[in-house]
Design a binder for this molecule. Structure first.
Ligand SMILES: Nc1ncnc2c1ncn2[C@@H]1O[C@H](COP(=O)(O)OP(=O)(O)OP(=O)(O)O)[C@@H](O)[C@H]1O
Length: 374
């Protein structure tokens, strides 16, 4: 379900403009991050979506329907909500905590039992072990997993998450983030996720909305934000290693080129044929493939010019690591760094060569991220 925030406002009687004319379309089935400095209106925005806070201006629409036309209780039950300290009821077991909304919706007990087990499996908690525990008998990370399961209990289209992993130590936080990505892969919900951790935002977000003082500063696909921060405020928020992050989330497929020099190895291929080919193509190296187009390595001009004509060509082929189109640019660059070559071959699952990624193509990424130096 898509959520449109239209000139959304929350003004408090004391004059605080917590949210000040926010226009944002949160897309169906995507994970959208709300990020910005403390007090910029993230939580207020989230709570206006599920009507825990009433807006003071303009509208919120769910697939086109105004929030005013939806019964608030109905609305709240159809939106999953996960918060930092989880808010698990201490006197209820894990099972009972997850079953709260399904029971309000009057599901039959058998259906609830099945659903709770399913959800515990989904968040990687063994139902046999954890179902009957009380929150006090769980670690922080486990509580948060139960919180996610509870948010998903009634199979809502929308999941609102307010700094859900904020209080978790870094290692468990990573695990919970991975779990959330897996869950989203399977369930494809419309998730609005509030965080003030830019790493978390980049890792999780399909799209990122950057807020400041109740207003939208920039809203775009995560990659686009990293590549083209709109102003200094966004740049500062992203931090200085944004080039590295940009490389990390960009796939090789976007940058590799299909023009490359290649030669097929056959039994009667001689060194002089290779040199001739290199001269013809004005190439300093050639990739070598077998008859089926499988990548074997490369030969460099500098090297084979010096060897005797009767040397076995096979022995002159140098190995080089390859990448796939789905590899990221940071992996590709580390390979270039360790091989000392300014190229890396791109191959498919059958190790057939598809193209080449050159260091100079990567420079485009640096240029478009506006850094002066690497
Ligand atoms: N009842 C209230 N009366 C007046 N101002 C309020 C009230 N509730 C919240 N605010 C103010 O509204 C602004 C936005 O608050 P909100 O909780 O949405 O910020 P946030 O971006 O979620 O911040 P944080 O990252 O610190 O959680 C803040 O300046 C806050 O002080």
């Amino acid at each position: 379900m898509a959520i449109e925030l239209i000139d959304l406002k929350k003004y408090y009687p004391d004059g605080t403009k917590a949210v000040d004319g926010l226009n944002l379309t949160i897309e169906n089935n995507k994970l959208t991050i709300l990020i910005g400095p403390s007090g910029c209106g993230k939580t207020t925005t989230l709570k206006m979506i599920n009507r825990l806070i009433e807006r003071t201006g303009e509208d919120i629409r769910f697939d086109g329907t105004s929030i005013d036309e939806i019964d608030p209780i109905q609305l709240r039950r159809s939106i999953g909500y996960v918060i930092q300290d989880v808010g698990l009821f201490p006197h209820m077991t894990v099972f009972e905590n997850i079953a709260v909304v399904p029971r309000l919706l009057k599901w039959d007990e058998e259906k609830i039992r099945k659903r709770v087990n399913e959800l515990l499996e989904l968040v990687n908690l063994d139902p046999e072990i954890y179902r009957d525990r009380y929150p006090a008998q769980l670690s922080g990370g486990q509580k948060q997993r139960v919180g996610i399961a509870r948010g998903l209990a009634a199979d809502p289209d929308i999941l609102l998450m307010d700094e859900p992993f904020g209080a978790i130590d870094p290692i468990n936080r990573e695990k919970l983030q991975d779990a959330l990505l897996e869950i989203q892969d399977q369930l494809k919900k419309t998730i609005v996720f509030v965080t003030h951790d830019i790493r978390e935002a980049i890792k999780l977000g399909d799209k990122i909305a950057i807020l400041n003082q109740g207003k939208l500063v920039q809203y775009d696909d995560t990659e686009e934000i990293l590549r083209n921060p709109k102003n200094e405020f966004v740049e500062e928020l992203l931090g200085s290693d944004r080039v590295l992050r940009s490389l990390e989330i960009t796939e090789v497929r976007e940058y590799y080129k299909k023009d490359f020099n290649v030669i097929e190895l056959s039994d009667n291929l001689k060194i002089k044929d290779v040199l001739e080919e290199m001269n013809k193509k004005n190439a300093t190296y050639l990739f070598v493939v077998d008859k089926k187009g499988r990548f074997l390595g490369y030969v460099s001009k500098k090297f084979i010019e010096k060897v005797k004509e009767d040397r076995d060509l096979r022995k002159l082929i140098k190995q080089i690591e390859t990448v796939r189109p789905s590899s990221n640019l940071l992996e590709a660059m580390s390979i270039m760094m360790s091989s000392g070559l300014s190229v890396v071959p791109v191959v498919n699952d059958k190790v057939q060569i598809l193209g080449v990624l050159r260091l100079r193509d990567l420079l485009d990424v640096f240029e478009s991220t506006g850094e002066d130096s690497i």
